[in-house]
Design a protein around this ligand. Structure first.
Ligand code: ZN
Ligand code: ZN
Length: 245
């Protein structure tokens, strides 16, 4: 009761001492984690047409109906992937700061955008699971940005979140410089099921959460682990999607 009364007061006091600033340009904003009205239109939204499976933005010559050529050639094991933004420009800056710059206060704002792009996926999900970090990387970074997004999505949707369901059973080098084939090899067998959840995935639709999807190799490897463990289907929601080269 006291905390309910005091919380708004404490927040106002904190706003006076440390006024909320735009995540990107540090201009004043109304609430912590917001992006100002100047920066907001600069975020590249991922509008149709996009691949009906992996959600990658489609351009002429890269499409076959509503599927990208990559999905036609090697269909992923996940059912659908969606993202609200293209991983370019300001979106890229925001995510790098979120991931490596401790700007975790933006997680509720980012999750709000993910809800808009993934409303159907959230509605169909039984469980929300983030892509895990290896424990050494988690130790160095102190937080898993994908788990923060998964928590927020769980809060908004009321769907349960299991941040420790997937384990990264072997460390994988950063994928930044790798080509698609090498990325797939890099993450094959990298994930495992936490034994605590053994037998609990039967018949469930799992929504996998990550910050960025590049070729889809990481989420596809996670999806394979979840399906092997009995999940009925795996869908994917990320904050941004790297466009085709
Ligand atoms: Zn701004
Ligand atoms: Zn595709």
């Amino acid at each position: 009761m006291i905390s309910t009364v005091l919380r708004p007061f404490c927040r106002r006091l904190l706003d006076l001492i440390l006024p909320p600033l735009c995540v990107t340009c540090k201009a004043p904003v109304r609430q912590v984690g917001e992006i100002c009205d100047t920066c907001l239109p600069q975020l590249l939204q991922l509008d149709p047409p996009f691949c009906g499976v992996c959600g990658v933005p489609l351009r002429d010559g890269q499409t076959h109906g509503l599927h990208c050529t990559a999905c036609l050639k090697t269909p992923p094991v996940f059912t659908t992937a969606r993202a609200p933004f293209i991983y370019e420009g300001l979106v890229r800056d925001c995510i790098l700061r979120f991931k490596h710059g401790d700007e975790i206060h933006a997680a509720p704002t980012y999750a709000g955008w993910m809800i808009v792009a993934g409303r159907d996926l959230l509605a169909a999900a039984d469980l929300i699971v983030p892509v895990p970090l290896h424990r050494w990387r988690l130790f160095r970074r102190r937080y898993n940005q994908s788990a923060l997004l998964a928590y927020e999505l769980s809060k908004w949707s009321g769907k349960p979140c299991a941040p420790d369901l997937l384990l990264r059973v072997r460390p994988t080098p950063s994928q930044g410089h790798l080509h698609k084939k090498d990325r797939r090899q890099n993450v094959t067998g990298a994930f495992g099921l936490n034994p605590r959840y053994s037998g609990q995935l039967a018949g469930k639709t799992v929504l996998l959460i990550d910050d960025v999807m590049t070729t889809g190799a990481t989420v596809d490897s996670c999806a394979a682990t979840l399906l092997e463990a009995g999940a009925k289907a795996v869908t994917v929601l990320t904050l941004a999607r790297v466009p085709l080269g």
